[in-house]
Design a protein around this ligand. Sequence first.
Ligand code: GDP
Length: 464
Amino acid sequence: DVQEKSAIDKSAIAPRGASGGADTIAAVSSGSGGAVAVLRLSGPQAGAVLVALAGRLPEPRRAHLARLRHPTSGEVLDQGLALWFPGPRSATGEDMAELQIHGGRAVVAAVLGAVLDVPGLRPAEAGEFTRRAFLNGRIDLTEAEGLADLIGAQTEAQRRLAFAHAFGHLGQRVEEWRRRLIRAMALIEAGIDFADEDDVPAGARALARPEVEALHAELTAALADRRGALVREGALIAIAGLPNAGKSSLINALAQRDIAIVSDEPGTTRDLLEVALDLDGHKATLVDTAGLREAESKVEAEGIRRARARMAEADLVLWVHDVSAGPAPEAAPSLETERPLWLVANKIDRAGPAASAPAAWPVRSFAISAAGGQGLEELTRALGGFIATRAEGEHPALIRARHRASAGEADSHLTLALEQWERLDDELLAEELRLAARALGRMTGVIGVEDLLDVVFREFCIGK
Ligand code: GDP
């Protein structure tokens, strides 16, 4: 900020605002093994510690090259960049200091050790910087979640969605909904408060209704839009076909080509025979239905039920057909659920070109050899394109299950309010709108979220 005065006064390092009384925390915020390590401090003592180590308080938000000395022994520990971010306009809203030092293990241990030796300093817990940013009103809860997603983003589509989310897209939309709801509520409450007076606009209720109807329609549309889940969780692609068609070979071939993400979450790969991949920048999970059949004898009913449920929600089914065994059947196979279906004619290396002619069924088809690799690139690109098309458009409003739950709760209060509009008295009507606004407020964290904080911030690593 160019407006910021460079003069430093003592009050700059005194506790201020929301940081007053809080502990000062410190942690290494960079990953291990890099040439440079970033150490961050937040809290009322951050400035004093920086002065003790670097000799002076740098100009706010400017890098300052400094010898870093042990505050008591005076021994030089390293030379690096020191930065000073006075609160409340810092990332956490508190006074913050950042040191960029050499990334060697001994250097980091010496500098962090010296910082933590200062009485009152303690190591930060996982996600504690972000948690403080939330508690001090620097970011809302959806932005905190977006940051976690941004740090964890593995595909390009996830990065884009998380970035928009981390920088307020979702929070702003939800806050706008909530403000409109509060305005409608105020109209109705005006009717309550001034019930005996004559100068209340007679049609307060009538004025509020179109606004509530519009909000209800927007929430319902947001709930119906599953793109957020598609990008964040990935598209679910089921691989189906007769035994020996080459389903496992296709999955292996795709997994080997796009090994970027192979699910290591326990319970997913084994129980559901799923493989998570990066398909041309989009996260996708392949479900092997052949494995499902084999597993039926071995795995208990619950596992199979879950696998079936996953199949039923597949975004796309790939029907693998072995062209060396004859042309594709006349009609598309009837699947248990109606999902978009593509035909994948496999083993073209074993059959003449006639065999790979498109099937009679009106679906997109591909001619490949899972074993030889022909056609796989085209299939991969098409799959990426399929997910991209489904995920495109304005960023979706709801991303996580938590957001859907809050929006669903708000939506049901609005449904009830609209259904009972004429029957409910003013007070009960306003109460339904208040409950809807509360549910939305929980999404951004402006209302009663103490119980959610541990869940949200547990996702972060230490130093964030
Ligand atoms: P699944 O039962 O549908 O999972 O089929 P598999 O992937 O186990 O494949 C059945 C057999 O077909 C195996 O022996 C594979 O090696 C073979 N196979 C799979 N894809 C191809 C292919 O593109 N060309 C040839 N020649 N053989 C293939």
